[in-house]
Design a binder for this molecule. Sequence first.
Ligand SMILES: NC(=O)C1=CN([C@@H]2O[C@H](COP(=O)(O)OP(=O)(O)OC[C@H]3O[C@@H](n4cnc5c(N)ncnc54)[C@H](O)[C@@H]3O)[C@@H](O)[C@H]2O)C=CC1
Ligand SMILES: O=C(O)/C=C/C=C(\O)C(=O)O
Length: 486
Amino acid sequence: MRKIENFIAGEYVAAASGRRFDKRSPLDNRVIASIAEAGRAEVDAAVGAARGALAGDWGRLSTEQRVELLYGVANEITRRFDDFVEAEMADTGQPAHVMKQVFIPRGAANFKVFADVVKNVASESFQTATPDGRGALNYALRVPKGVIGVICPWNAPFMLMTWKVGPALACGNAVVVKPSEESPQTAALLGEVMNAVGIPKGVYNVVQGFGPDSAGEFVTQHPGVDAITFTGETRTGAAIMKAASEGMRDVSFELGGKNAGIVFADCDFEAAVEGIFRSAFLNSGQVCLGTERVYVERPIFERFVQALKVKAESVRFGRPDDHDANYGPLISQEHRQKVLSYYRKALEEGATLVTGGGVPEMPGELAEGAWVQPTIWTGLPESAAVVREEIFGPCCHIRPFDAEDEVVQLANATDYGLSTTLWTNDLARAHRLAARVEVGITWINSWFLRDLRTAFGGAKQSGIGREGGVHSLEFYTETRNVCVKL
Ligand SMILES: NC(=O)C1=CN([C@@H]2O[C@H](COP(=O)(O)OP(=O)(O)OC[C@H]3O[C@@H](n4cnc5c(N)ncnc54)[C@H](O)[C@@H]3O)[C@@H](O)[C@H]2O)C=CC1
Ligand SMILES: O=C(O)/C=C/C=C(\O)C(=O)O
């Protein structure tokens, strides 16, 4: 069994209290790691180390020097690729190909891309007319915000954590990261990379633990934390916002979703089925951008439902390193209970079960894992809980529609507004809809096709602010205007 510690000022440290908690494998519920739970003392030490780094070597580096160090971090992640794949697979139970093709490469890219952004993006300047005719020059300086609290979820732990740490460090900040209690390993491993590359001690700190009355809350309440970036549930975002209001600290939130997939009859049928399948079922449906509501134009409705059913029934459950398997479990027994409660509720609400709805039969010790079947329903009203609430599991409800206005109204009838995936060969219609659907990200004839220079974030209750490219610079720096009278 692994022992995972906090990472503070470049050292792995246990908690002064001696408190530890267990991490169980999603595959078979076995305890796979013992984690040191940070208390207020460790959070104080981490924030102190971060402030020390800002006042010391790290704060004195030029942008070029920071950029070189961050390229080094990206390269070292790539060199230790297999270690990151293995650690993330252990925490999440997801298949090796998802780790290798998507999540771990994105970890390296998150450092490389934001190193490039800070190297290449200019700050604004204006020439200003003055009554004496000599004019003035205004220009902006971007300075780091300071110590950034980074609070992370468990569903794509390394990718989502580095998506924040990459730009925060590129902009010259120091960070205190609180990984999810369900996925402690890759954040801890990244400490080794930071040390190997020569990132000054105290720039990157990790405190392990839970949310309320634990490390998460201690970080967000700490007066030495200057801004907080968070990915997770909307109601957790509300609690963090309250904490951030003490001291008027800035927040950036990427929150939940109840995303719509919209499929028109003129789409490339096979591509649309494949795209909706990925968007509903990748990572066992534990993707904030995932599709849990599918609207299909009536002429192809029955055919589409049947085609998606065939694909959902073709998944092969198994261990991440089992070459015959391609589908993993949910993150934990607790999350499985939540998802299964929605599976039951769907039937109580009158759904027609197209496929799934239960637990697959797993052999031997895997029978103890957090497995659930990919599930498809039809026939529910939009008022059903299963159609309104984020489930965060491998499931979707499919409903037919007849008209463009109708489907826009259906897609928008939610408190969330993260993303949409839209399938049609009529590009004029696609552009029209993209402007009308109330979300932060619309994918047309694609899903989760990411360019890290673009704005990423949610509308309505799916988030506050945007990250990605220059948008990350907006959050991770303070802009100072300098006015020079000429
Ligand atoms: N919009 C986006 O980009 C994404 C959103 N999500 C959302 O995240 C959720 C799943 O992730 P979970 O880890 O279950 O979310 P969660 O909100 O329960 O936990 C996220 C993190 O916040 C911490 N936390 C919980 N309560 C806290 C508090 N009061 N103060 C400070 N920290 C606290 C947790 O320990 C964890 O590290 C889903 O709702 C999903 O939609 C997940 C990934 C991306
Ligand atoms: O690509 C990103 O930056 C974020 C993606 C979010 C997810 O994949 C997720 O929440 O699962």
